[in-house]
Design a binder for this molecule. Structure first.
Ligand SMILES: *[C@@H]1O[C@H](CO)[C@@H](O)[C@H](O)[C@H]1NC(C)=O
Ligand SMILES: *[C@@H]1O[C@H](CO)[C@@H](O)[C@H](O)[C@H]1NC(C)=O
Length: 471
């Protein structure tokens, strides 16, 4: 009954009609449209990382399977096909051939924006209603859910008779979320009151577990599952009990691979080592730790009895978006002064891209201190640009990025404690130039796992098996 008041009445009528439609569909069992690939992506005009994947995927498939027809199920009724494709070009520099792409516009997208209690469940159900709407307009021979609406998988598969595939960025429910409730901890998705009351906790736990079961059942409908990284892969394998291929989201690294790098010159001629830290000035990035590391690196170099003195500069570059960020910068500057680091520290906030490239060009080492970063696109970029990475040993950097490809040498350093960060940096400085250049080469090579080219190959490889059956 809660829902009834929340939606305007015209939407309710649609919803009621849509409840009938599955039965009608079952009776008529519409024939699926041959040689058609549908992408279920209701927010295709949004311009985030998920949309980058969508357009890259369509472009990749157009190149390999030019005869197929591509349909995007979108809820962006305020934009035309031309506008959406233009935005993809401007935002991501991805050119889509318009001749075999079309859009089907959905009316019920606002349903998935619900903010009612049991959001998880209601949003998932609303995604199901939206899928049924999509299916009424058109039933493709292959449907790909690229946005994470799990019910779209069984709906297209069992009601429409399509083959279905999923690209998962993030599991709707994760095993971690269930653990948090089970341990009765309080966190963002587990409000304090629920953590305190055992009975509420148990109800919530039962709800999550039931949801996870249902999520698993929906996921099992998929014929092909792709995930965006190892973390997601481990959760999806557990929840869906399905094999899945890791297809990393594409990063634009072509330009970075071409940076020649002059850090060795700077070290040889000016006796200076530049360390670069790129990232927004947010607390989780842990810039404070970077300052402490700098201080100990300087001490370490001083205590070392070598005749050539080397000076170290840490440059903190990154977005500083609001007052909170600015006040954090102020605090960090005060801390730097207290530690006596002003001479060795530079700030490059909100600098244009060209300047960032120049910083990468002249830096020997890149520093990344965030704990449990999901992915860390800046870490990939630092590798591609030929700096030697020292990254936190957790999350995406540890699982996916700063790991050697088969048979490759080291591509960078991982550290968990301040001491490990400091000793990694000191050992990079004392390596021979040829050892450093070996690391740089391996790093650049391994960063190509995240290129658009590799994405295209992996995507088509994963989806290729289903294409034969689309005819
Ligand atoms: C996968 O997608 C999620 C959600 O957008 C993101 O947080 C995560 O960093 C991505 N992982 C990889 C490996 O790109
Ligand atoms: C990088 O440094 C080299 C050597 O000094 C210079 O020739 C080149 O223009 C620089 N490249 C970029 C992209 O800044």
């Amino acid at each position: 009954l809660l829902q009834v008041h929340a939606f305007p009445s015209s939407k309710m009528i649609y919803a009621a009609l849509l409840c009938l439609i599955p039965f009608l569909l079952l009776i008529s069992y519409r024939r699926r449209k041959p040689n058609t690939v549908g992408f279920f992506h209701p927010y295709c005009n949004a311009g985030g990382g998920g949309e980058r994947v969508l357009w890259c995927a369509i472009r990749s498939m157009q190149a390999r399977f030019p005869k197929l027809k591509y349909i995007v199920f979108s809820g962006d009724r305020d934009a035309s096909k031309e506008q959406i494709l233009l935005r993809a070009k401007q935002r991501f520099n991805i050119e889509i051939d318009p001749s075999n792409v079309d859009f089907v516009f959905l009316r019920l997208r606002s349903l998935v924006e619900t903010r009612l209690p049991f959001t998880l469940l209601l949003q998932t159900l609303a995604g199901g209603v939206l899928s049924v709407e999509a299916l009424c307009y058109l039933c493709p021979s292959l449907m790909i859910d690229s946005m994470g609406y799990p019910l779209s998988l069984p709906i297209f598969k069992w009601l429409g008779g399509s083959d279905v595939a999923a690209y998962v960025h993030y599991p709707t429910i994760s095993c971690d979320m269930i653990d948090v409730v089970a341990r009765r901890e309080s966190s963002f998705n587990n409000k304090g009151i629920i953590a305190r009351w055992p009975l509420l906790s148990q109800i919530k736990l039962a709800y999550y577990k039931a949801f996870a079961k249902a999520y698993g059942l929906a996921g099992r409908a998929a014929d092909v599952v792709m995930v965006n990284g190892s973390w997601t892969a481990s959760h999806i394998r557990q929840l869906w009990q399905q094999e899945c291929s890791v297809v990393f989201p594409p990063c634009d690294i072509e330009g970075l691979l071409a940076i020649p790098g002059r850090a060795e010159e700077v070290l040889k001629n000016d006796k200076r080592v530049n360390i670069l830290s790129i990232g927004q000035i947010r607390p989780e990035k842990n810039h404070k730790l970077q300052l402490e590391i700098l201080k100990e690196v300087l001490e370490g170099l001083r205590n070392r009895n070598i005749d050539v003195k080397v000076d170290v500069t840490l440059t903190i570059a990154g977005g500083c978006r609001n007052e909170d960020d600015e006040s954090r910068v102020k605090e960090l500057k005060e801390l730097a002064e207290k530690l006596g680091l002003q001479k060795n520290l530079e700030w490059k906030l909100n600098v244009p891209y060209g300047e960032l490239i120049e910083l990468l060009n002249s830096s020997l080492i890149s520093l990344h201190t965030m704990h449990n970063e999901h992915f860390g696109i800046s870490v990939v970029e630092a590798l591609a640009a030929g700096t030697i990475m020292v990254a936190h040993k957790s999350g995406g950097p540890a699982m996916d990025i700063v790991v050697p490809c088969e048979g490759e040498a080291s591509v960078g350093y991982l550290a968990s404690t301040r001491e490990e960060f400091v000793s990694s940096i000191l050992s990079i400085i004392s390596l021979s130039p040829s050892s450093r250049s070996q690391i740089r080469e391996s790093a650049r090579l391994s960063s190509q796992r995240f290129s658009e080219g590799v994405f295209e190959e992996k995507w088509n490889e994963a989806i290729g098996g289903l294409i034969e059956s689309t005819a």
